[in-house]
Design a protein around this ligand. Structure first.
Ligand code: SAH
Ligand code: SF4
Ligand code: F3S
Length: 438
């Protein structure tokens, strides 16, 4: 059986897509390997969201090419979000045998069968329907506790900085019964947590005749699989997260109390230019509502420093918004212009790199303090933790997340991955709650 090795870059959706690819190619006789040296097919499932992500992958293409030179017959494929944007450059390089976009994975067996020296194969067509609905992903996670389930693909927003709508196409929702079936299936196999994935989960919508399932309803359906199955989701967009979703979270103990709510900027002028469909005040109203309906709910965000024409005043507004909200953690980036996006076409990328970096560092420094404050506020509290496995630092300790998504570590030699454990928080760092069994 030919052996298939896949490296995955980018977001959780890409990880889930890699699981779908393994499943499709297993059906065509390919066997998964984690050893690149024994692979007959090497793939990189790629990310285009920022320039440094792409640069890393170009580096890998060189290394794969060197392997191919040493092992005739070895096939190298580039799949995922870089495929559409860089198909020509990839094929022209002569270093890859296959380029396939995120909606072409069902055709991978045929593409691989046709690929060979001098016959590179390409399929970057995006689809309006493909959701890989009935495919049962081959789980590649290590812990066997937490699984990711894609509930939709693509994105219909047009945030001006973002390449995702171009790499992944229009938004499509997956049929709810297949999502629930997948959740039941992983639960039966011992998983105790599922994370429902979409670029904008709140716009999930499935219509069939007069039946309509929105995200709140879908959440409820998945939560009802078992009270022992935790449900998480990402990502929520501030303009779309409804009170109904918040009330659904409140009604179900097993829907984790954590919302990832990317803000991107604290300045209305920037938000408008980014084509985000909310204002600073609108964002803060959503945060207030979350805290009213879901006291103690974890809140995390994404932010971009140095977007086109950002001034010191705009930047100060981001800092003040961070201070006002007090996120638990944040993914913080400096703006990276993406060819083809609205921002690249319309706005000069005019914030000097050193200014971007300085602003990013100011946000990071502030967030470090806010994280510590947020984690400290949990010292003395009790949480139910889903054990994921031994702690990375100390094999005598276990780790797992509280409902609010904060990582907890605690001395324990008895429990095992997948168990729920009650802990008391005794101390913390800015990224971990240090606990003892309660
Ligand atoms: N759908 C999600 C996130 C998609 S990409 C959302 O709407 O929030 C993940 C994060 O990457 C974004 O939230 C944004 O903070 C960051 N990002 C996207 N494009 C970027 C770019 N061109 N430069 C820097 N960061 C970017
Ligand atoms: Fe990109 Fe905006 Fe869609 Fe998120 S919502 S994937 S940032 S276009
Ligand atoms: Fe994800 Fe990167 Fe694509 S963030 S959707 S893998 S561009």
């Amino acid at each position: 059986m030919p052996k298939l090795y896949i490296e995955t870059y980018g977001c959780q959706m890409n990880v889930n897509d890699t699981e779908v690819i393994f499943s499709i190619l297993a059906g065509a006789g390919y066997e998964r390997t984690e050893e690149i040296g024994e692979a007959d097919v090497i793939m990189a499932n790629t990310c285009s969201v920022r320039d440094n992500a792409e640069q890393r992958i170009w580096g890998r293409v060189e290394q794969f090419h060197a392997r191919r030179a040493a092992k005739p017959g070895l096939l190298v494929g580039i799949v995922g979000c870089m495929a559409e944007r860089l198909k020509d450059a990839l094929l022209d390089s002569g270093k890859v045998d296959l380029v396939a976009g995120p909606d072409a994975y069902r055709r991978l067996p045929a593409l691989l069968a046709a690929a060979g020296p001098g016959h590179p194969q390409i399929d970057v067509e995006l689809s309006r329907e493909e959701t890989y609905a009935e495919i049962r992903p081959v789980r590649i996670d290590k812990n066997g506790v937490s699984a990711f389930i894609s509930i939709m693909r693509g994105c219909n927003n047009v945030c001006s900085y973002c390449v995702v709508p171009y790499t992944r196409g229009v938004e499509r929702s997956r049929e709810p019964s297949t999502i629930v079936r997948e959740a039941c299936d992983v639960f039966r196999r011992g998983y105790r947590e599922v994370t429902l994935l979409g670029q904008n989960v709140d716009s999930y919508c499935w219509k069939d005749g007069d039946q309509r399932v929105d995200f709140a309803r879908l959440l409820e359906m998945v939560a009802q699989v078992s009270p022992e199955l935790r449900v998480r989701f990402a990502t929520s967009n501030p303009q779309d997260i409804s009170d109904e979703v918040l009330y659904t979270m409140a009604r179900h103990e097993n829907i984790c109390k954590h919302i990832h709510l990317p803000v991107q900027s604290g300045s209305d002028r920037m938000l408008e230019k980014m084509r985000r469909r909310y204002t600073r005040a609108g964002y803060l109203e959503r945060v207030a509502k979350i805290r009213e309906i879901l006291p103690g709910c974890g809140l995390t965000t994404d932010v971009i420093a140095g977007f086109c024409s950002e001034t010191e005043e705009d930047h100060a507004l981001t800092l003040s918004l961070f201070e006002e909200v007090g996120f638990d953690t944040a993914f913080m980036f400096q703006y990276s212009e993406r060819p083809g996006t609205l921002a690249a076409r319309r706005y000069p990328d005019d914030v000097p790199p050193e200014t971007k970096t300085r602003r990013l560092n100011e946000i990071i420094a502030l967030q470090n303090r806010l994280s510590l404050e947020s984690y400290r506020a949990d010292v003395g509290k009790r949480f139910s933790v889903l054990v994921e496995g031994p702690s990375k630092r100390n094999p005598d300790e276990l780790c797992g997340r509280a409902s609010n998504n904060k990582m907890c570590v605690f001395p324990d030699r008895i429990h095992k991955p997948g168990d729920y454990v009650d802990v008391l928080v005794t101390d913390c760092t800015s990224a971990t709650l240090l606990c003892e069994l309660a």
